[in-house]
Design a protein around this ligand. Structure first.
Ligand SMILES: Nc1ncnc2c1ncn2[C@@H]1O[C@H](COP(=O)(O)OP(=O)(O)OP(=O)(O)O)[C@@H](O)[C@H]1O
Ligand SMILES: [Mg+2]
Length: 606
């Protein structure tokens, strides 16, 4: 395992690092490529919008310097003004239309860019989801659910942020700033330079604020994560909390975390409360300076009234992007961090891939063999050591051993949920690493210890996406394992909803359905992981006889704690601390007076 693979997902979701990373941006833009027409149109529209916004100032100048100035200059008194009023009204009407038109274009442009962002995000989410599903079980052992959910849902938002709040806004602001600077310099370069005197202090204020607000936002994110996980844990563990009357304690814990979150939010608000008035103050000073200087220049004939008005108008537009830039900077920075995590995940090759052109027979024969298998979940802590056994097709073998001996682990190796560290697992004489993964997992079915049902109907859970199964086959599978009794108790039979994780069914009922699910798949090798541990004696009896039928024509490995199941096995494999210590049939093993004999005495004496 490479170092990179180990640490691809940083634990913390804290934002640090660059606000603009060309490599990441290029990669994100690759998702825009299918929608590049709309994207380009949207960017082009931004320039048009900016131009029209600036045009408003030019028109105001022309009214003042044109008809208004003429009216004053004509000295005709009231008549001159009345004549001018008509022209001014026309111009004002034109400006009003221009404002509405510009706003309309901006709305359309925002819709375009968001459409691009949503579609690109949709594609990216599908890709991330597919990639996560392909990962080997080891990956899920290491990465907590919450973190993966964050990747698929939140980090993908980074792409949208980059496009809508990042690139779009930045294009708009850059065009705007560049446009204003050019326009002002052309109109009157001296006054233009005067109006820019407040820019340096504005930059400093913005820089200071950016640092403070980044720290404040980071705290909010951290506190929010804590509040979320507290809620999640409480809801999931509500049964335990209520049984142990821990509600008050949970409430107190929540309240204290909630208070911290509120405080964190308040500190960001305090930041803004200080920042905005400061910016307002600076921009007012800027405008005041321009008016003061301009007024003197008008006297000298350096500048017209209209031009001075235009300056004030543009300065308003000029300060707005500068004020917003810190916020956009934060958004961009967050989006870069998310992109980095996301691409880190996408670049991670699954540990365990299906070989190209793997072994995929029509139907497996069902021979299982382990040769010198050593395996551990953690690199240097083997759970199984040098295990070797051979199961002939059609044989029934019981795996027994104390809790934690490694029985479930053996089942995981046979279906290749994990790869062995040393040795080989062979099915039908072929190394499982050479089997096509889908074919192997269709042919070898495990009925797990902790049955997992998906939210949905019973039938969906039994079918597991196999549309070739008929309704009758599913019903027959249920009847064969006695799960039809479960169905009769449910309101809608096969169409009943099992609830999240199958929570509306009892543990025993879930096990019966899992058995039916396995039977419906008709596998060549069936691995039952203590599948009958949670049912009553009568049901167990029912399952026992069903199992006998189930075992016909297929290889069965039963991981069992019950004597009745074990006795019926052709052979018993005894695991002890990750080693295969004894094997043979019940009588031989009892006679040998070893581990099995002791286990038997302790566990099954009654
Ligand atoms: N996903 C995992 N990550 C790390 N260690 C694991 C994991 N699953 C199991 N182990 C460890 O491997 C050892 C063997 O586990 P395994 O589940 O195979 O035991 P078992 O024989 O099936 O036990 P039981 O009878 O309780 O089901 C245990 O010590 C367990 O702690
Ligand atoms: Mg187990």
């Amino acid at each position: 395992m490479s170092k990179k693979a180990e640490t691809f997902c940083p634990d913390s979701d804290v934002v640090t690092g660059k606000a603009f990373d060309a490599r990441l941006v290029r990669r994100m833009l690759a998702y825009v490529r299918p929608y590049r027409g709309l994207f380009a149109a949207s960017i082009a529209m931004v320039t048009v919008v900016v131009f029209l916004e600036l045009l408003q100032g030019e028109l105001v100048k022309r009214i003042i310097d044109g008809p208004l100035k003429a009216a004053v200059a004509s000295g005709d008194g009231i008549t001159g003004w009345e004549q001018a009023a008509g022209t001014v009204a026309t111009w004002a009407g034109l400006i009003a239309i221009l404002v509405v038109f510009t706003a309309g274009l901006r709305v359309m442009q925002v819709m375009w860019i968001n459409r691009v962002a949503q579609r690109a995000m949709r594609d990216l989410r599908v890709q991330v989801f597919r990639h996560v599903q392909k990962q080997a079980l080891r990956f899920f052992d290491r990465n907590p659910v919450g973190r993966l959910v964050t990747r698929v849902v939140n980090d993908v938002e980074a792409l949208s942020d980059l496009l809508t709040s990042g690139l779009d806004a930045i294009f708009h602001d850059i065009f705007m700033l560049a446009g204003i600077v050019t326009w002002l310099m052309i109109v009157n370069w001296r006054l233009a330079l005067v109006s820019f005197v407040v820019v340096p202090p504005l930059m400093i204020v913005t820089q200071v604020f950016r640092g403070a607000s980044r720290r404040a936002f980071r705290r909010v994110r951290e506190k929010l994560a804590t509040v979320n996980s507290t809620i999640q844990e409480t809801v999931q563990g509500v049964r335990v909390i209520q049984s142990f009357v821990q509600e008050a304690k949970a409430q107190r814990r929540f309240e204290s975390r909630n208070r911290e979150l509120a405080d964190a939010h308040l500190s960001t608000v305090a930041n803004f409360a200080l920042f905005f008035p400061l910016v307002e103050l600076l921009s007012t000073i800027g405008k005041a300076t321009v008016i003061w200087w301009g007024a003197r220049s008008i006297g000298g004939g350096d500048i017209s009234f209209g031009e001075l008005t235009q300056f004030v108008f543009y300065l308003e537009l000029f300060f707005r992007p500068i004020r917003d830039i810190s916020e956009k900077f934060n958004i961009l920075q967050g989006s870069m961090a998310s992109a980095e995590r996301l691409f880190g995940l996408l670049d991670r090759e699954p540990d365990l891939a299906s070989p190209a052109d793997g072994y995929a027979p029509e139907r497996l024969v069902g021979e299982v063999e382990l040769r010198g298998v050593t395996f551990g979940y953690a690199p240097d802590r083997p759970v199984l050591e040098d295990i070797a056994f051979h199961v002939k097709p059609g044989e029934t073998v019981a795996l027994v051993g104390a809790t934690g001996a490694g029985k479930t682990t053996v089942a995981g190796l046979i279906t290749r949920l994990y790869d062995v560290d040393q040795g080989q697992v062979l099915v039908d004489g072929v190394d499982v690493r050479e089997h096509e993964l889908t074919s192997l997992r269709r042919g070898v079915t495990v009925v797990p210890q902790d049955v997992f049902l998906f939210a949905g109907t019973v039938e969906e859970n039994l079918r597991m996406g196999d549309d070739s199964l008929t309704h009758e086959q599913i019903e027959a599978a249920c009847a064969a394992v006695g799960a039809d009794r479960v169905l009769r108790k449910l309101p809608n039979g096969l169409a009943s909803d099992v609830g999240e994780r199958g929570g509306r069914l009892s543990v025993g009922e879930r096990q019966l359905l899992a058995l039916a699910r396995a039977l419906a798949q008709d596998p060549a090798v069936l691995v039952l992981d203590e599948a009958t541990s949670s049912v009553d004696s009568e049901t167990e009896h029912l399952i026992q006889s069903a199992l006998e039928r189930l075992q016909e024509g297929r290889t069965t490995l039963v991981i069992a704690h019950r004597l009745s199941t074990i006795r019926k096995a052709d052979r018993i494999l005894v695991f002890h601390h990750g080693e295969l210590r004894e094997q043979g049939d019940h009588k031989t093993l009892v006679a040998a007076d070893g581990i099995y004999a002791t286990l038997h005495r302790l566990q099954f004496a009654a």
